[in-house]
Design a binder for this molecule. Structure first.
Ligand SMILES: [Zn+2]
Length: 310
């Protein structure tokens, strides 16, 4: 795809979104990063996002978030696709891969340059040190964009949203974080940036994901507002923890989902989400039953699930 095509497509998506009265519809997504095989925590997100979309007569899309190429784990992309098949999820559009979409992100960067919403930052990790709040050192330096990190300006204001499970969340990005990175010096597009652009271009209206991403949301809302993108609805699910009290993750040796145990794992995931029992069957039959019974008010409260998972 050329940048010109990306520009045209992006502009027309923006125009359609603004004129489209059917925006009230539901479009959800499952957006795993291939930094390791999918595990039980990933399955909870897939099941909840799928059931919530389908119970609301919505569409459900899958997007592979693979912009951070150095962190991609061998074969995990194949494992994600095999899981979608084995659990018999039915995406409503072709699965997209962010690494194929770099032209879109570059085009949006150009747009942000013209409004001076972004700037180049030459600070090295050494200069930044362990300080997690960026002081805005390069904000007024007008550095050339090439070969530098690119940061988005934030403002001194509270950003609040009502999470469907976690309630009202507020954050002041200037106090909590400072101007944040959209593109790294090594050319890698940040997670925050790619998510916002793709949620918009895919017409996503509802985000259902793990509570570990709760504190990323203010950044995404801010960036979306700078780009005049519509506001999304968020639901952050409680996290499955292991017997060490750690969130299930590749780093914590979470077990990869076993494709041959799809019905049992699905039954377990539906139960962990507080939903009524679903009989063992073909996964698509089980999902259908879970959608019919889906009730968000039954999902356990809080940031963590109380059980122990692997
Ligand atoms: Zn800097």
């Amino acid at each position: 795809m050329t940048v010109e095509n990306a520009l045209a497509e992006h502009s027309s998506a923006l125009a359609n979104q603004r004129n489209d009265v059917s925006l009230i519809r539901y479009s959800g997504r499952f957006a795993p990063s291939p930094t390791g095989p999918l595990h039980f925590g990933s399955l909870l997100t897939a099941v909840a996002s799928y059931c919530d979309a389908k119970a609301n007569q919505g569409t459900w899309l899958v997007r592979i978030e693979d912009t951070d190429i150095p962190r991609i784990y061998p074969n995990s992309e194949a494992h994600i696709l095999a899981c979608i098949d084995a659990f018999q999820f039915q995406p409503d559009a072709e699965i997209i891969f962010q690494k194929d979409r770099l032209a879109y992100y570059e085009q949006v960067l150009e747009q942000l340059k013209t409004t001076h919403a972004i700037y180049a930052c030459q600070c090295t990790r050494k200069i930044l040190g362990s300080n997690h709040i960026y002081a805005g050192t390069c904000r007024e330096l007008n550095l050339d964009f090439s070969q530098q990190a690119i940061r988005l300006k934030v403002s001194d204001q509270r950003i609040c949203f009502e999470d469907r499970l976690q309630g009202q969340q507020c954050s002041n990005l200037q106090h909590d974080l400072g101007d944040f990175i959209l593109k790294r010096r090594d050319g890698i597009i940040s997670y925050q940036f790619a998510v916002v652009v793709d949620d918009f271009l895919q017409g996503i209206t509802h985000v259902v994901r793990g509570a570990d991403l709760l504190d990323n949301t203010a950044r995404q809302i801010w960036l979306a507002s700078v780009l005049n993108y519509p506001v999304l609805q968020y639901m952050h699910l409680p996290l499955a923890m292991n017997d060490q009290g750690q969130k299930l993750s590749k780093q914590n040796m979470a077990q990869p989902l076993e494709l041959s145990k799809a019905p049992e794992l699905l039954q377990h995931a539906i139960l962990a989400l507080g939903q009524p029992h679903v009989d063992l069957d073909q996964p698509n039959v089980m999902l259908k039953q879970a959608i019919q019974q889906w009730d968000v008010s039954l999902i356990p409260q809080g940031i963590y699930l109380s059980g122990v998972y692997q």
